[in-house]
Structures are given as structure tokens and as C-alpha cells.
Write a protein that binds this ligand. Structure first.
Ligand SMILES: Cc1cc2nc3c(=O)[nH]c(=O)nc-3n(C[C@H](O)[C@H](O)[C@H](O)COP(=O)(O)O)c2cc1C
Length: 211
């Protein structure tokens, strides 16, 4: 194959921004400990295929459902699971990751994590990053839980608090839940979350464009 042919092939294989609506976007995907964690691996894959650089942070309980290695494999990026950096790390991930992210996504968002974020508790990596996202990046949350947990007064108060602060929500959807009941609480499907992210970011330039 000549150099010209190779060049043409490369150009043909280069996706344009239509194929990659999230090109040059830096996304911080936070995964918390619900059964819907397995869907987040698909979401991470879809975001990556859409051109985004996806950094995943997981709570300790999320790691009981899906191995960090799954996310590392689909995003080809390091996965963060600990607030406390390794000795050789010179960077505080809980600050720098939200600083560079165009959007922080929490999917699935457990009742526990929504409560912590609403009440300003910062006792693990994800809740601490949620606090440090203030003034740095917007947050999109995809709650997922049992219907009775979703309807509980405590949770609903927390949702109102977060929505009042400008947190974006997608779902939950109604349907059959992992616990065997039917009702509200299913995490929005990865495709729906992808569409919501694209439309949220549509009005803003990538942060990386300013560097
Ligand atoms: C099998 C199983 C499934 C669970 N699924 C959910 C869920 O879908 N949503 C939720 O809010 N909590 C769920 N929980 C409870 C959370 O894992 C628990 O509240 C935990 O403290 C959440 O931790 P995290 O928010 O730090 O990830 C589940 C627990 C178990 C054992």
C-alpha cells in the first residue's frame, strides 16, 4: 500500500464529530453500589465509543457488584476506587478529576449516595468529588433503587434538595426491578443517559478547548 493509499484509508477510518458527538469531552463517571452497576459498564463503553475520555470512580460497594477492571478495559483509563492516593501519586484525585471534567455523572446513584451528596457528607471518593464539583463541573445523576426506597420521604426530600441546587436527573424509569417487584426505580437505559449527556453538553465548549 502506498503512503497516499494509507493516508486515504486513515482519513476514511477517522470518525467525524457526527460519529463522535463527545469528542474532546472529559467525563467523570461515578458508579455507586446498586444492582444496576452492570449497566454502567455498557454506559462507559458507549461514552468511550462516542469520543469521550471517560474516567471512572467507584465506591467500595460498587466494586462488590462489578470489578474495576471491567471499566478499565472498556475506557482504557485508570479506575479510581480510593480517596487516599498512592504514595507515588502527587495529585489529589478528588479535586483534580472534577476540575478537568466537563461533566460528573453518577450512575447508578444509590439512595445512600444521594443522601450523602444532599447533606454534604464527604467520607469517600465519590461523595468528596461530588462536593468538589461545586463551581467546577455540572452533575447528572441516574438514580436506581427499589420502588419503596425511591418513594421514601427521606429520599424524595434529598432529590428536591439536589434538583434545587441545579443537579440534573435522568430517570428512574418504571418497570420490573431486580428485587422482583414492578414500579419506579429502574436506572435509565445507557442509551437514554448517553442522549441526555450529549444534549447537556451541546451548549458548552469542551474544557480542553481552553487549555
Ligand atoms: C444485592 C444488593 C443490591 C442493592 N441494590 C441497590 C440499589 O439498586 N439501589 C440502592 O440505592 N441501594 C442498593 N443496595 C444497597 C446499597 O448497596 C447500600 O445502601 C450501600 O451502602 C451503598 O453504598 P454506596 O452508596 O457507597 O455505593 C443494594 C444492596 C444489595 C446487597
Amino acid at each position: 500500500m502506498s503512503a497516499t493509499d494509507r493516508n486515504q484509508t486513515d482519513q476514511t477510518n477517522q470518525p467525524d464529530d457526527g460519529d463522535q458527538p463527545l469528542a474532546r469531552r472529559d467525563l467523570l463517571l461515578c458508579v455507586t453500589g446498586g444492582i444496576a452497576c452492570y449497566k454502567s459498564a455498557d454506559l462507559a463503553s458507549k461514552l468511550t465509543k462516542s469520543g469521550a475520555s471517560v474516567t471512572v470512580a467507584m465506591t467500595e460497594n460498587a466494586c462488590r457488584f462489578v470489578a474495576p477492571l471491567t471499566f478499565q478495559a472498556v475506557t482504557r483509563n485508570r479506575v479510581f476506587t480510593d480517596l487516599w492516593p498512592d504514595v507515588q501519586d502527587h495529585d489529589s484525585g478528588h479535586i483534580s478529576l472534577t476540575e478537568r471534567a466537563d461533566l460528573m455523572i453518577v450512575a447508578p446513584a444509590t439512595a445512600n449516595m444521594l443522601g450523602k451528596i444532599a447533606w454534604g457528607i464527604a467520607d469517600d471518593l465519590v461523595s468528596t468529588m461530588a462536593m468538589s464539583s461545586s463551581g467546577a463541573c455540572e452533575m447528572l445523576v441516574a438514580p436506581a433503587m427499589n420502588s419503596r426506597m425511591w418513594s421514601s420521604p427521606a429520599l424524595q426530600t434529598n432529590i428536591k434538595t439536589l434538583a434545587g441546587r441545579g443537579v440534573h436527573f435522568i430517570g428512574p424509569n418504571e418497570g420490573r426491578l431486580a428485587c422482583g417487584t414492578t414500579g419506579p426505580g429502574r436506572m435509565a437505559e445507557p442509551d437514554e443517559i448517553l442522549t441526555a449527556i450529549i444534549s447537556l453538553l451541546d451548549q458548552t465548549s469542551p474544557k480542553s478547548a481552553g487549555t
